[in-house]
Design a protein around this ligand. Structure first.
Ligand code: SF4
Length: 382
């Protein structure tokens, strides 16, 4: 599939070459404009992270309203989640890294949902033991991004059901089956767990308002493929007396082999860098990665390469060259032919190995307090 017209993006399927501007139009979301980013920068009191300045996040719903309220002294909270079916790859960290930055700069609360139930319902080959085990493993990777333990709260669905259920009951009554069927395209064979799951995924958007008795805005950083889930939530929010959740959407990180996006589900495991990949595997994957380089060294020196189609450049852009000057230099040297792909990959590998080492250390440190973040009881009698 090569034609941009043929791309498909849903919460359960991403394929084809995505035309992100067209997707934003199709989904009816707003552009993440320079004026909104300026406002966020003023509120945060410092430089914006590369994820915001380099177009990785590019779309939103009502972010302006959330920032307006924050400026008037009404803090929002952050919500993001993970369906555990295997190890995380580095592009899974993108929403959590933005959340970490927002939590640090704006002092807001963070809610994380680990949907071990949803993944069990969605993947016929996944056992309950596996979905729970991956839930804990993924949670450690997420917390290792650097969240503040005092401001971070986790719904681990199968363990947090007593807290989730009173609100899920109310949410479920507002969502007709026809809506879920239309939004997610479920065939008749879909199990009833997945049909109910939308109610559970909605609960964290309202939970702090329900708990405190005060309308508290919610901001959800997520890949744009997850937007349909929250369209349903936004449609019912006000009917239940809660604010519509706002969203900020990222593009997906391209796969290492130049095919589609980094994904857990593809057959080709070399298309993604998983956080549990040993160093030798990381090395092999980066060396195999698709580039925008030329057929020969001579040609590349003469004509330069094309960073826009390069999966290595996408890694520099999203994570491994946070210094704007360094990133500009890599991009300029790529275009001019001063940088060759083999050297570029060697430079990147140094950064990637250093990142894996730091992440493994951070992961060990969060083990001590991860358990204490899991919400297991309802905050008040139903
Ligand atoms: Fe990609 Fe680096 Fe080659 Fe440029 S020099 S095409 S960024 S691998």
């Amino acid at each position: 599939m090569t034609d941009k017209e043929e791309f498909v993006v849903t919460p359960y399927e991403v394929k084809g070459r995505i035309d992100y501007a067209k997707l934003r139009e199709q989904f009816g979301t707003q552009e993440l404009s320079a004026s909104i980013l300026d406002r966020l920068q003023q509120l945060a009191g410092g430089e914006l992270p590369p994820l915001l300045t380099r177009g990785v996040y590019y779309s939103h719903r009502d972010l302006n309203l959330v920032l307006d309220q924050y400026a008037r002294g009404h803090p929002f909270f952050l919500y993001s989640g993970r369906g555990p079916s295997g190890p995380l790859h580095i592009s899974h960290l993108v929403p959590f890294e933005l959340c970490r930055w927002l939590q640090e700069k704006l002092g807001v609360e963070m809610y994380i949902q680990i949907t071990d139930d949803e993944k069990f319902w969605a993947r016929a080959q996944l056992t309950r033991e596996e979905s729970v085990r991956w839930g804990y493993e993924n949670l450690l990777d997420i917390l290792a991004v650097g969240f503040d333990p005092k401001r971070t709260h986790v719904f681990f669905d199968s363990r947090s059901i007593a807290a989730l259920y009173p609100l899920a009951i109310r949410v479920a009554r507002k969502i007709p089956y026809s809506t879920v069927k239309a939004v997610f395209g479920f065939p008749p064979s879909t199990n009833i767990g997945l049909v109910f799951y939308t109610a559970l995924q909605t609960v964290p958007c309202f939970y702090p308002s329900w708990e405190s008795g005060r309308a508290t805005p919610c901001l959800i950083p997520c890949g744009i493929d997850q937007d349909p889930h929250f369209r349903v939530t936004r449609d019912i929010a006000e009917g239940l007396g809660y604010p519509k959740p706002a969203l900020i959407h990222s593009q997906m990180i391209p796969g290492l082999l130049g095919e589609g996006v980094m994904s857990t589900t593809g057959n080709e495991k070399d298309n993604a860098l998983f956080l549990n990949d040993p160093p030798k595997v990381v090395e092999r994957k980066v060396r195999r990665a698709f580039t925008g380089g030329r057929a020969s060294v001579e040609e590349q020196r003469r004509l330069g390469a094309n960073p826009e189609i390069c999966s290595v450049w996408a890694l520099w852009k999203t994570r491994f060259a946070p210094d704007p000057k360094e990133f500009e230099q890599i991009t300029a040297d790529c275009r001019s032919g001063a940088l060759l792909c083999g050297d570029c990959k060697s430079n990147l590998l140094e950064k990637v190995h250093a990142f894996y080492r730091a992440h493994a250390e951070a992961r060990e440190k969060v083990r001590d307090w991860a358990e204490s973040t899991i919400i297991t009881r309802a905050p008040k009698p139903d």
